[in-house]
Design a protein around this ligand. Structure first.
Ligand code: ADP
Ligand code: ZN
Length: 825
């Protein structure tokens, strides 16, 4: 009996073993199969065939799962092993290197392989049982040459619409025949969701038949519209889309009639959705090629030589903001592509992607694909299929793009590698940058990690020799770095009272820019109008009923909202506790800053970019395009405006409360603050005119703020690594965080305590901290307690935790395991 191991998208479930009935061909790794699991039928992906050993890993996960446990060496005769129901693909849906990568992710991040594989899948790949078969051009042409079952099947498909495979199989065909026809290119199988149209978009195309050509000669009596239609179609041997015909006054009814007369055909043709057409026009790349600076040229030569080597290497490209890193990525991508290898470029945020994608498009034409979560499912599906077919050799994408099925990968670029959005905060909790490095190792590719403010982990790896380093210390064209000025807000409060939002120096600087018609960016990394509603009579604050946080006031929407669970209520007029009418709004966010600036500078054109104003698809792109076109004077926003954008007319950056993040109980608080301030200061003075940054803070002496103002990364690194070493935090040690959720605080603490006790066996090669209430002790209605495992042997730490969780399935179901956590809330 042939056995295969299959990953199904069920949380924390290991690979399952199934048998392959005799009538099926051998399913290769990466092929999708339909499998029974309990009473359900699921799509799974073959992760290994029995001939190969099971992928290594801590998959002791399935044992207690009841439905079907995997045994180390499945007995061929075991009654537990069920047969697969069907094979969905003739050739692997996922290439085997992507399966291998997902397998690594499952092991390293301690999740089920199906979850990791799901992260690598395009939308609409997990189906229940619906599949559609379509005949291809080759199929139509070859129909008469076929015999027997093949011919019967092709004939059944020789219709204008796709046919459900289920009905087809019930009627005439055998599955093997179907797959054989697909392999020979005579039919195509698509996988629409049950009850939905094809995952591909199709349009109806009308074309002239031989008969139609003859009819033009005048033998047939036709109406005026009908004649017009034929005349139009005569000039279009490939046919004309029905939408276009419609635009020219020829209705579907006319074409239908002509088709009935045998003069035209109507065919459905697949069209690809093109995400590049969306969003506002972006600046095209300059027509005159830039002359690289001396630093750039040296960096390019080294990178190009490494890429030519064709072996795995990771290089940190540490270049100050405005040093021309993007230009280097582009040239390197061209270089690698000209050697016939694929390029994958990861960018942090959707807001950044359209710009980079547009530049790449200019350079590589339609050999570029784009993968990010801002695309519709349909667009993502189409783009993914293009990559998979090999129609594309440059892919730009966000975090999940790291799994894109690029062929013969030679270069992976991770732009702004320090960015927090590379870490997925739901299972699988992987870090896109770290997965990129692993993928590079597996593919024998060059990996370039670029940043002005590298993550502590990355610079640490560069210091200890795991990564190479390239440094770009100067901005292009010898543009100076922005001059940074610190405003001590304690002095401002003393002078002007505690309600000051815009300090004197920042107000003056803004006024100055408005007069000079230059642009400004104002950053506050906190959205909303006020952060707190406080009753002056009974001192109650307005809290979220589900989470242990206060609700944020959103004034325009007249609502108070929880930023963790999205609970919202109408702003109350009186205290909910004592009914007192004296409600005060404390603290402030971007909405308030925007109002303040509008108030102070009535003529200024002010806009705001945060999650509230940019949730609509395409909104951020449109807003940034407007800013780029000079239609906005002052852009207020959260961290989303601090990143990579290049606006040459911005000469002032104001930071309202530089210390927003410093109060958080998070060992990365200083690093985040340093990165945010350095990055946002780097937005100023990227054009001809020198820039200035003004940083308002209550802690002007804090090392993260001091070093950011001098843009001195290395000094910051040394201070910070000393702190991490002293406190035994990453990158000095490896860290695993487990959060246990329960209905009560006591329950959560008790369960976490049980895990801690079990982890402390005596002589364990790691330290266990906790249990402790999580910083956000209540979230979405659940209480949360956490523990930390610290040590240098990550596999031992992970395995200890997984073994213990496997023995306590009731706790495991409520436990989040985060390997290399980025934020702990
Ligand atoms: P970084 O990504 O390092 O912050 P960018 O790549 O965005 O910097 O470059 C900043 C600006 O300088 C861009 O407008 C870019 O087109 C321009 N630029 C890059 N290299 C050169 C060069 N060699 N000569 C002139 N301008 C350059
Ligand atoms: Zn909430």
């Amino acid at each position: 009996m042939r056995l295969i191991h299959v990953a199904v998208p069920v949380p924390q479930l290991g690979p399952l073993t199934y048998s392959v009935p005799d009538e099926f061909p051998d399913p290769a790794v990466g092929v999708r199969v339909l499998v029974p699991m309990g009473k359900r039928v699921l799509t799974g992906v073959v992760v290994s065939t029995a001939a190969e050993p099971l992928p290594a890993g801590g998959w002791r996960l399935a044992k207690d799962r009841g439905e079907q446990a995997r045994s180390e060496k499945p007995e061929a005769s075991s009654p537990d092993i069920k047969p697969i129901i069907d094979i969905l693909d003739a050739t692997p849906f996922l290439p085997s290197d992507v399966v291998t990568l997902a397998t690594w992710v499952a092991e390293y991040y301690a999740c089920g392989p199906g979850e990791a594989i799901a992260a690598a899948m395009p939308p609409r790949a997990w189906i229940e049982s619906e599949r559609h078969a379509h005949i291809t051009e080759a199929g139509r042409a070859g129909l008469s040459a076929e015999r027997g079952a093949r011919r019967e099947l092709l004939a059944a498909l020789n219709v204008a619409h796709p046919v459900r495979v289920d009905t087809l199989l019930g009627r005439t065909a055998r599955h093997a025949t179907l797959l054989a026809l697909e392999r020979d290119g005579l039919i195509e199988i698509t996988h629409p969701l049950r009850g939905q149209a094809s995952a591909y978009r199709t349009t109806r195309i009308a074309a002239l038949t031989m008969h139609g050509h003859e009819a033009m000669e005048g033998a047939l009596k036709l109406g005026k519209r009908q004649q017009e239609a034929l005349a139009l179609l005569k000039g279009a041997p490939d046919g004309i889309e029905s939408a276009e015909l419609n635009g020219r006054g020829i209705t579907a009814a006319t074409i239908k009639r002509l088709t009935e007369l045998g003069l035209t055909t109507i065919e459905r043709r697949r069209v690809e959705r093109d995400p590049f057409q969306q969003g506002a026009a972006l600046p095209a790349s300059p027509s005159v090629p830039l002359v690289l600076t001396v630093e750039q040229a040296a960096a390019f030569d080294r990178l190009s030589a490494l890429a030519a080597d064709g072996t795995f290497r990771t290089v940190l490209m540490h270049g100050v903001t405005g040093s021309g890193k993007t230009e280097l990525y582009l040239r390197l991508a061209k270089d690698v592509r000209s050697r016939g290898r694929g390029v994958l470029m990861l960018v942090p945020e959707i807001a950044l992607t359209p710009g980079v994608a547009a530049v790449l498009r200019c350079t590589f034409g339609d050999r570029v694909a784009i993968q990010h979560s801002g695309l519709s499912d349909g667009e993502r599906h189409d783009q993914w299929q293009r990559i998979r077919r090999g129609d594309v050799d440059v892919v730009v994408g966000t975090r999940s793009g790291v799994f894109a099925p690029v062929q013969s990968l030679g270069l992976i670029i991770v732009d702004e590698e320090h960015d927090g959005s590379y870490k997925q905060e739901e299972s699988p909790r992987y870090h896109g940058r770290d997965v990129a490095v692993v993928r590079g190792r597996q593919a024998g590719a060059l990996v370039v990690l670029g940043s002005a403010t590298p993550a502590m982990e990355t610079f640490h790896n560069a210091q200890n020799g795991r990564y190479d380093v390239l440094t770009l210390q100067r901005r292009v064209l010898d543009r100076p770095m922005a001059a940074v000025r610190i405003v001590d807000m304690r002095e401002e409060y003393a002078a002007a009272g505690p309600d000051v939002i815009l300090s004197g120096p920042l107000s003056e600087a803004l006024a100055d820019r408005l007069v000079r018609r230059e642009q400004s960016i104002v950053l506050l990394n906190r959205r909303g109008f006020a952060t707190n509603v406080f009753c002056r009579q009974c001192a109650a604050t307005l809290e979220c009923p589900n989470c242990s946080v206060s609700l944020t006031v959103h004034k325009a929407a007249r609502r108070a909202r929880c930023h963790y669970c999205n609970y919202a209520m109408t702003l109350p007029k009186a205290c909910l506790n004592c009914a007192g009418p004296y409600l005060e709004q404390l603290g402030f966010g971007t909405e308030r800053v925007e109002a303040e600036i509008r108030d102070k500078f009535a003529d200024a054109r002010v806009a705001r970019a945060d999650r509230d104003t940019t949730s609509r698809k395409g909104a951020i792109t449109a807003l940034l395009a407007k800013f780029g076109a000079g239609e906005i004077d002052v852009l207020v926003g959260t961290q989303m405006i601090a990143k990579g954008h290049d606006f040459p007319r911005v000469t002032l950056v104001g930071v309202i409360s530089a210390d927003v993040g410093l109060g958080l109980a998070d060992f990365r608080a200083a690093e985040r603050t340093f990165q945010l301030l350095t990055q946002v200061a780097g937005r100023a003075g990227r054009g001809e005119i020198k820039g200035e940054a003004i940083v308002q803070t209550l802690y002007p002496k804090h090392y993260s703020i001091r070093h950011a103002c001098r843009q001195d990364y290395v000094a910051f690194y040394h201070d910070e690594i000393a702190f991490r070493r002293g406190m035994k935090y990453p990158p000095a040690v490896a860290l695993i965080n487990a959060v246990v959720k329960a209905r009560t605080r006591e329950g959560a603490m008790a369960d976490a305590g049980e895990l801690v006790t079990a982890l402390r066996t005596g002589g364990e090669p790691y330290r266990v901290l906790g249990p402790a209430p999580a910083p956000l002790v209540r979230l979405k209605g659940e209480y949360r307690a956490q523990l930390f495992i610290k040590g240098t042997n990550r596999p031992a730490m992970r395995e200890a935790l997984q073994t213990i969780l496997a023995a306590r399935p009731d706790i495991r179901r409520r436990t989040i395991v985060d390997v290399d956590p980025l934020s702990v809330i």
